[in-house]
Structure formats: structure tokens, C-alpha cells
Ligand binder design. Sequence first.
Ligand code: BES
Ligand code: ZN
Length: 828
Amino acid sequence: MRLSRTVLPTRYDLTIAPDLAAGRFEGSVHIAVEVTEPTDTIVLHAHELEVELEALEQFGAALDATLVADPDAERLTVSAADLAPGPATLTLRFSAALSAGLVGFYRSTYLDDDGTEHTLAATQFEAPHARRAFPCFDEPEFKAVFAVTLVVTDGLVALSNAPEVERVRLDGGRVRIRFGDTIAMSTYLVAFIVGELEVSQPIDVDGIPLRIAHVPGRGHLGAFALDAGAFALRFFTDYYGIPYPGTKLDLVALPDFAFGAMENLGCVTFRESLLLVDRDTVTQAEAAQAALTITHEIAHMWFGDLVTMKWWNGIWLNEAFATFMEHAGVDAYRADWKTWDDFSIGRAMAMDIDALSHTRAVEYEVRTPEDADGMFDILTYQKGGSVVRMLEQWLGSDAFRAGVRHYLDRYALANTETTDLWDALEAATDQPARRIMDSWIFQPGLPEIVVEPVDGGVRLRQHRFTYEGEADGQWSIPMLVRVHPGRETEAVLLDDETTIALPPNGIAVANAGGEGFYRVAYPPAWIPELVAAGADSPRERFALVDGAWAGVIAGRAQAADFVDLARRLESETDIVVWRALATRLRDLVRLLDGDAADAFREIVRTTARPAFDRLGWEPAPAEGPRDRQLRGVLIDLLGTVGRDPDIVARAQAFGDGAYTEPDIVAACITVSAAHGDQARFDEYRNRFETADTPQEQLRYLYALPVFPDRELALLAAEYAVSTVRPQNSPFVVQRALKHPEHGPQVWDYVREHWATIEARFPPTLLPRMYEGVTWLVDDASVESVPRFVADHPISQGERVVAQHLERQHLHRALYERERERFATSMVH
Ligand code: BES
Ligand code: ZN
């Protein structure tokens, strides 16, 4: 499946001329190669391109050569009698339509203030789609220098990885813009963008010009990204101890974008909502998400772009490491955002998936690039990021950084295997990093540590944690253990079993700091003491809540036990613990109806109202960002699940300008949607279409599927399927499927409109849509969803969909177990 290494590209001189009006482009590429052994063929990639061979030259002479395309293999073969070892050059011409999807060299459109449509063209080459834009050796190991030239209509902005170095006016109102040479890098990192964009003035970040680019009229939304981006550039230059590998950095917001953002060297692309921010109206969560995304991509400039995986099996480490680094970077940028605490949510999502029978090992053998598509999921990002963080905490952050520096320095401009990083960490720390990490990376699942009292202390043992059935697994667990009283934290490496000495009546917190990727089964009697011991650690309290919920799903604990724990935490003040509670309380109400549901809503009110009243409607002047965010979470919980009449009434009045604090405003939008009528729905749809910022736009859009009437839930689905940008539609349908009452009807709508959905939604985002089915626990859906999925295979993310179906099945089992007993516990 992989290209041979007899012919290695060293440099591409690439000229591309897009015609935005015609929706086409043409170009030529001159590839300098090094022939390493005698051969008569050069094989490279091209996909959906019309290609002609212009010349093959070696040692100053043109060779007789022919070109044959193999469309199924996405390959070109150039044959010539004798190619001798040494340099040669290959020149090809090509043309194609701009892609209508969101990969390759694709077309994106937007409306200006007058409602006139404009077109731009942008690239997304990961992974592997550079072959859709120009013939190339489209594998990450074939690093080469890229010299890009764009021929565009005069007046358009053209951007690429390197700065513009020459501009020549041509006949016919066109200009030829040449960009400087890149470093030797992989094809998937090449980028070019052409359109009527606005580009900010550069800010100078220790010699690197940093700019943002976007469609016209959004310049006032750029200051946040420039600030966060400048910080990240400096932070990583210092952390890695290596200068930034590019010569400039543009952060480009695109109106249509399949993913969140993409780390093209020097020319990072984003969804608008993750780059363009109005500091006055953004919520804490929205701002943090944008900063994390910006930081993540800038972390890749070194880890990923300067040093790159040899093959796609290593893509998980690329993403896991950047996920780790986005939090390290934002933690340095805004310590009061406590981003490592929020990361508990991502870790918990990964631990949830890892308890399913449809989980997978983080790293596996990748034969075709399509196999690698299955790697871009929560297990790669959140489990991968979690185990990197767990290792860093266990080794110590300075020693860890030393290992990372050593690795980047040694492999700069080159390619690596996963194990090269562990070996560098071993060299820096003298600890068995490779053995530890192999146990987390090459086997699926996660361990549960069982804490058992023995004479004078506790014994720790491990087994695999699953929701259903038993499965094998053994891990080298880098644990941090804290003993109370005394509060000493100790690093333990648990392989088989170990014993920890305890003082009389002492306890051991087996996941001190709450950053281990494992569950802990404590003696039940310890729970109150563990809550007390976690008084200073929101992450530890989060782990207790999350562990309690996992016990409910596994059928080891009852829903009512979870409610008891929630009530025990009513004096809880931390946002991340409340987010865990709010999510589960929202899930639990699905198990009930009638009086039992009313009684449960009352419990939600009495549990959350005191926390809300401590904060009140008026933000205190010295209040921190996390309290602001918590207020929004509590308004949402009380207003939707709790149906607190006071909250609902105030939320419905928010449009009168009563509250301007963004977290209050955002929560009020959701709450009043959950109690809104057709007029409110129309108002929100209109606000979505005319909103001033990308975040505000999404708040209204994502509120449409929560209106209470069945017709409105279906209208939201229809609007998503027919009208909303394909990059956002799957998320709207996902939310509509999660509608607390009308999910099953929305599911029927999805089935009936599958042809349109399949044609319009980006294939990469279909699994995100299917995420909505996990709580369809009624008889009809339980039967129809799995059958429909089996009958309508999708091209990407099948495993993720299988995980959603497994969760649907687990929720159905929970519903059957709890329906009566939980209801009974509520009305007594
Ligand atoms: N390299 C990825 C983007 C990507 C993902 C390309 C999947 C091709 C397939 C980029 O660095 C990334 O991780 N983007 C994230 C956002 C990030 C903040 C987690 C994304 O797009 O979701
Ligand atoms: Zn990434």
C-alpha cells in the first residue's frame, strides 16, 4: 500500500491558478527527486485530477517517459527506460474542479451584508488529501521543501505556508504571487487559500509576524486570537527550547471547515467560532475553547510539523500530545481558568468509551490511510492526552519536558515512531516510560484499582473495568497515592499488586490529583472521608462523581445512590464537579415520568438552588471566570431539568436586555428555548441568521432543537438537513435526537431523509450526528436504530457509531433496571 522509497522528493515548485467563478483550478508542479537505486518507474499520488506529463529530466537530458494513471489506487506511474541513482526532475500539469466537499482544494461560500454570495478556495489535506490538489508523494515520511506560487485575480488575497516574496502583474487582470520556501515538511501540511479575505496588521512576536485572516467585516473579532496566539508562540518556543519552525504565522478563519482547526505550518486554518471572538459577549467556555484550539494548533508547529510521524499509525501521538500541550499552554496563559480541571470532562468521556466492548487500542496497525480515519476520535485525543498527562505528572514536569526537548531536537525535520518519544523520556528520567506507555497504548480498555483493607493498611490490585461482561488486561499504572491523615503523596508503579501502610483509621486516595486514567473501587464506608479528603481538589471530587455514575451504568449501583451522592455535594462550589452532576441529573430525568419525574425535578431544584443563590444574578465584582461559568451551568440545570419557575421567568425576560453577562445570556437562551413557542423559535432562527459573532450564531442555532413542541423539534431537524451549513448540521441533528421528549420522532425524520443527509453532511461528521441516538431507549428506536445503521454503512467512523449503539443498549438496560425502582424511590 505504501510508496517505495526508491524515489524521494526533495523539493516541489508548485504553481496553482484557481478560477473561483468557474469553480476550477489548474496548475503545474516541478518536483525535484533523488533516485536512490536504478529504476524505471516513479510512482506518486493524484486523486480526481487530470494530469499530463510535461517532462522528466535527469543529468540535463530529457528522458522518454510515459504517464499512466490508476484512479482506484489514487496513483500515477511515470515510466522511463533508465533512471539512474541521483537527482532527477519531474514536471506535471494538472487541472480539476474545486472540491465540493471540505477536503482537498475546496470551495467555500459566504454572504456579505447585502446578501451577495462570495466564493473562496481553501485547502484541507489531512489526511491524505494533498493528492486532490496536486500530484505528490502523499505520505508523511516524504518530507520536502515547498515553494508555492498562486496565480489569482488581482485584488484577491492569497495565503500559503510561507510569506509572499514576489508579486508580478500578468495580462488579463491576474497577478502571480510567489511565496518563500518552507522547511522540509510533509504534504499534509501544505496550505493555500484564495479569496476576498481581510488580513490584520501583523503583530511582532519576537521576530515572527502573527496575523489573523477572515472574510470581510470581522476584523474587530481578532484581538483575542492575536493575544492567545502570541502567548502560545512564546510559550512553546520556551517550552520546547527550539525556535518556531516557520517564518510567519497566519491564523485563518474559514466559513466552511470540516474539523475544528488544522495545523498547516505557518497558515493554520480554523472554523470561525474557534478563532473570531468578541471578548465582551463571549462566554467563559467559548473563550476557553477558542484559546485551547489556537494553542493546540500552535503546539503542532513543532510537535507534528517540525517532527512528524513516519506513518499514520502515529497520528494518535501527534494529536494526544497536542491535546496535552493545549492545556499546558492555556494553563500558563490564564491560570485562573483551571483548564486542567476542565480536562477531567474529556478524560471521563474517554474512560466511558474505554469501558465498552467496542473500544479499541489507542495505537493499532494502519495499512491504508482510511484505517487512520478511525483514529481521529475521543480515544486518540482524550485518552491519548490523558495518558500523556498521567505520565508527565508521574515523571515530574521538568523531567518530562527535558525528554520532549531531547526528542524534538534529535528528530527535527525528520520522522519518528511512537517509541522514539518514550525512549527519549527514558533517557531523561531513568524510568520505564516505554513499558508503561505500551501498556496503555497497545491494549484496549482501562483498569480499575481495587482498594482492600488488610492488616496495617490496604492492598491495591487491578483488573479491567467494563460495563458488561469481563475482559482481560493488565497495566503498568503510574499512580499518585495520598495517605490521610498526613497528606503525603507518593508515586507508585502498580503492576501486579502492592500494599500501602496506613495510620490507624487512615485512608488512601488512590488517584491523588485526579489525573489518573483509571477507576478506583474504594471500601464503600470511605466515601464521606474521600469527599472530605478531596476538599482541595475539584478533580478528585469529579472522579468520585464520575466513578459513581460509571457504577450506575455498570449496574453495580442504583440511580438512587447517585442522587444521594449528588445531594451530599450540595455545598459543592466548583464548576467541573457541577458539570458532571448536571450532565447525569439530566440523564436521570429520562428514566422517569409523571409524579416521579416531578419529584426528581424538585430534588434537582433543592440541590442546585442553594449553589445558585450563593452566586445570584448579579456577578460580584471580584468574581472569577469559573464562578461566572458556574452561574450559567446552574441556570441551565435549574431552568431545564429543574423547571424552576423563577429561573424560567427571568430567562424568558432576558431578551429585554436584563442581563448582559455572557454566561447568563447564553444560559437564558437555552432555558427560554426549552420553554419557548413557535414565535420564539422564529425569533431564534432569525437571530441565528443575523448574529454578530460566530459564537452567538451557534448559541441560537443549537437552541433550536430544544424547543418543547414536537413540530418545532422536527422543524429544527428539517432546517439542519436542508439549510444549515453542512459543517454545523450534524450537531443540530445530534441535539434534536437528544430531545428529552421527541428524540424518537426526530430519528424517524433522519431515516426518512437519509438520502439528503448522506449527500449533504461531511462524511467525517456523520458519527457526530449519530451521537444523538444514545438515549433513544423506547422500544421502537432500540429495534430500528441498530438495524438502520447495519443497512446503511457509512464510509468513516464506523467504530464510533458502534460505540454509540452500545451506549444506547446500555442506557436501555439501565432504563429497564431502574424504571420502577428509581420511580419508587422518588415518590417515597
Ligand atoms: N490535525 C487536526 C485536524 C484534523 C483532524 C485533520 C482530523 C484531519 C482529520 C488538528 O490539529 C486538530 O486536532 N483539530 C481539532 C481541534 C483541536 C483543538 C482538538 C479538531 O479539528 O477537532
Ligand atoms: Zn491536532
